[in-house]
Design a protein around this ligand. Structure first.
Ligand code: F6P
Length: 528
């Protein structure tokens, strides 16, 4: 299969994307997928009819349909941890029974959502003015990204997010808050994560110092109810969820509480509805008409077939500023692996490096490299056709024009002949030639665009579910378990062992020269 795709890759090396449009007037429509009012356009890539056929064969070969159904049905598809993967159940509260180990999880999903709503209403109606979510990774990035994305829908208290164990993070946040009117949400699936527990203890100490009873100001979101209660969170303020909710897939349930408090339960339900709509589409559409499948296949084409090591996520939607960070965890923690589900070495590269920034800011930072650098970076543009600021439509028109201009420029480029014409009036002879060369754009650089009417809660839900399923499809094709994360363990173990050496409670022993030198530097710099 991969060999077949490599043959296609060799064939398209000489093809120009612009020429594909000239040869096929229907290309834009044929190489796009729509779901309701959302359009994913991948026509500005080198994928043609034949290579798309070969890509679609990948998902058939991997028996995607069966594996997808097994996920939705609650089978333990996270095989290294023996767990089901059911974040989809969280966004389908009215759905039929889903059995995990013979037990229907849906009554618990409905009860969990009802408890979240009761608590959210209570907090929104109280004297709480600031909500601080303390969590990291999946217990932070989802709600932090979504709270920012849905700012126009905020009608609750201010939300802050503290994740880093660097004391600067919590110190700067506490400086904005009044202990009398601040609520802390300790969000941790395991309730053992060192960063989160350290920050939670600091928050507790801050409350106590100012005479506030922490019990009255703490909420916990966790799979480990006992640990949350032991931490001093009253039982009715602990919201639990099953181990079948992966950390980076958890914003649809209790981990989304801060979002629900910010935008209100009705808007949160709209967010769930959006996710569910994408699930239904993913389960029913044929590969070529299936948005998550095609998004995944375009990703595989660029990373695994053509060998492009990174992909840029470029939301021309400032409120999606945290989306690249969110997707870094979602994609790289899920598919950044070297071993297939069966323990064998992966036959092709694992998932690419994901990075990005909102447009137009990125244009004034790293787009130079994307346009003229020696490496090719496939770009994923995202764009809302409308903004939320009717009085600032001229801003939005400029935003749209810039987004479309970038994908056009990446594809078209500028030839040496055109560059010569640009500088002809200013230079002549050798200097003209030299100046012209600097103004050449190779072009033929791939990009996709996801366009939607407006970034409302339902649309955000569709976008997040779209990317989740993209990760799933890529994982299935690569043979990866997208739902474990063993690669984060070693660093955690070593940090625990290093802690006493940093503080001087243990001698510096058994460390390499570099680590020893760095520890000594810290010691020389004064008390920790
Ligand atoms: O980074 C590793 C990880 O386990 C993530 O998968 C997870 O989202 C994060 O840590 C936080 O874990 P927890 O919610 O258990 O605190």
């Amino acid at each position: 299969m991969w060999d077949d795709l490599k043959t296609h890759a060799a064939r398209v090396q000489g093809l120009s994307i612009a020429a594909l449009f000239e040869a096929d007037p229907r290309r834009a429509a044929d190489f796009s997928v729509t779901v309701d009012d959302m359009l994913f356009d991948y026509s500005k890539t080198s994928i043609d009819e034949q290579s798309r056929g070969a890509l679609c064969a990948l998902v058939r070969d991997a028996d995607l349909a069966t594996r997808r159904d097994r996920m939705f049905e609650g089978h333990p598809i996270n095989e290294t941890e023996g767990r089901a993967v059911l974040h989809t159940a969280l966004r389908n509260p009215e759905g039929g029974p889903v059995l995990v180990d013979g037990q229907d999880v849906m009554p618990g999903v409905r009860e969990g959502l009802a408890r979240m709503e009761t608590l959210a209403w209570e907090i929104r109606g109280s004297d709480v003015r600031d909500v601080v979510n303390i969590g990291i990774g999946g217990s932070d990035l989802g709600p932090a990204m979504a709270v920012r994305a849905l700012a126009p829908y905020h009608n609750g208290p201010r939300c802050h997010f503290v994740s880093n164990v660097d004391g600067a993070d919590i110190a700067d946040t506490l400086a904005l808050c009044d202990p009398e009117t601040t609520l802390f949400i300790v969000a941790s699936k395991t309730f053992t994560t060192i960063e989160t527990m350290t920050n939670a203890r600091t928050a507790k100490a801050w409350m106590k110092k100012t005479g506030v009873d922490p019990e009255a100001r703490l909420v916990a979101l966790s799979s480990d109810l006992e640990k949350a209660k032991d931490f001093g969170v009253p039982e009715d303020r602990v919201l639990g969820f099953g181990d079948w909710v992966g950390g980076r897939y958890s914003m649809w349930g209790p981990i989304g509480l801060s979002l629900m408090i910010a935008i209100g339960p009705e808007n949160f339900r709209a967010f769930l509805r959006g996710g569910r709509a994408m699930d239904q589409h993913f389960r029913s559409a044929e590969p070529q008409a299936n948005m998550p499948v095609m998004l995944a296949l375009v990703g595989l084409w660029h990373a695994q077939v053509l060998g492009y090591a990174t992909r840029a996520v470029l939301p021309y939607d400032d409120r999606l500023a945290r989306l690249p960070a969110y997707l870094q965890q979602l994609e790289m923690e899920s598919n950044g692996k070297s071993v297939a589900m069966d323990g064998s070495a992966l036959q092709v590269d694992s998932g690419p490096i994901v990075w990005g920034e909102p447009g137009t800011n990125g244009q004034h930072a790293f787009f130079q490299l994307i346009h003229q650098g020696t490496r090719i970076v496939p770009c994923e543009f995202m764009l809302a056709a409308r903004g939320h600021e009717p009085e600032l439509q001229h801003h939005h028109a400029l935003l749209v024009a810039n987004c479309l201009a970038q994908s056009e420029a990446l594809m078209r480029g500028r030839t040496l002949e055109q560059a010569r014409e640009k500088v002809a009036g200013k230079f002549s002879g050798d200097e003209l030639e030299r100046q012209a060369r600097h103004r050449v754009f190779p072009g033929n650089r791939p990009s996709t665009t996801l366009i939607y009417p407006l970034l409302d809660p339902e649309t955000l839900g569709r976008i997040i579910a779209l990317y989740e399923h993209r990760v799933f499809v890529e994982g299935v094709v690569l043979g990866i378990n997208s739902f474990d994360q063993w690669g984060v363990e070693l660093g955690k173990e070593l940090a625990t062992a290093l802690g006493p050496m940093v503080t001087g409670e243990a001698p510096i022993e058994g460390k390499d020269g570099s680590t020893t030198q760095l520890l000594n530097y810290v010691h020389r710099s004064g008390r920790i």
